[in-house]
Ligand binder design. Structure first.
Ligand code: MLT
Length: 242
């Protein structure tokens, strides 16, 4: 396995795709996706465009559904939910499809949706991602941080580092770019206090400004959920069944 870290979707090499893309938006889209699927949602279907989400959901009749929309950290008007993972309880999401659009995370998914394997990672499901990659051994793996409107996000890179650290053994797993080592160093510096790091990060500051410390706390919990979101068709993520 050769590992590459890209801090944002914009930083990925154009016209190329890896064997496996790992999309990361710790604050909060990929934490929400993991939480919804763990709570029994039938699927999460991601849209980078809000209008497309509304148009598509109006034609959907196969399962009950919820619309979840976030822009700038706030719930979008007309949606049933925002992007808080804490709203994704079994009572709310079980058996339903979640149509989700967020500022950055769903755009990152769009960038790599044609890769043969697309999975999502957050701190809450870190171990499930490590287990999957160890088992599947894809030749090239891209960790794609969602960032914020093209800029770097600390929380996505530290999560990439947490996964890469568990995989990098110096023999069968190799480093594809220097960003992987940087991500591992960030993980080593902060892994015992991710909550503090996330509060310092720019999107953590934005969420604190919206009085949302509780989501940051939850998103900083490592290995809480045994669930692996995997793309089954472009934009549609389901819980991997092994
Ligand atoms: C995003 O996609 O930028 C987010 O997940 C933002 C958020 O809802 O906190």
């Amino acid at each position: 396995m050769k590992l590459f870290v890209y801090h944002t979707p914009e930083a990925t090499p154009p016209d190329q795709l890896p064997d496996c893309a790992v999309v990361i938006d710790v604050l909060r889209a990929t934490t929400t996706i993991a939480t919804a699927l763990h709570a029994g949602a039938e699927a999460v279907q991601a849209f980078s465009d809000l209008e497309a989400l509304f148009r598509f959901s109006e034609t959907w009749s196969q399962t009950p559904y919820l619309r979840a929309g976030e822009r700038g950290g706030k719930q979008v008007e007309g949606c049933d939910l925002g992007n808080s993972p804490l709203n994704c309880t079994p009572e709310v999401v079980a058996g339903k499809r979640l149509f989700l659009t967020t500022t950055n995370g769903t755009r990152a998914l769009k960038r790599v949706e044609k890769a043969p394997i697309v999975i999502t990672a957050a701190q809450v499901n870190r171990q499930s991602v490590v287990d999957f990659l160890k088992k599947e051994q894809p030749e090239t793996v891209w960790f794609v941080g969602s960032g914020w409107q093209g800029d770097y996000s600390l929380e996505d890179t530290v999560c990439a580092g947490a996964i890469a650290k568990a995989l990098w053994d110096g023999s069968s797993t190799q480093l594809g770019n220097d960003e992987v080592l940087g991500a591992i160093a960030l993980h080593q510096q902060w892994h015992q206090d991710l909550f503090s790091l996330f509060k310092l990060a720019s999107h953590g500051q934005r969420l604190l400004g919206l009085d949302n410390e509780i989501d940051i706390h939850y998103c900083a919990e490592s290995d809480r959920l045994a669930v692996l979101p995997i793309q089954t068709e472009p934009g549609v993520l389901k819980a991997y069944q092994g």
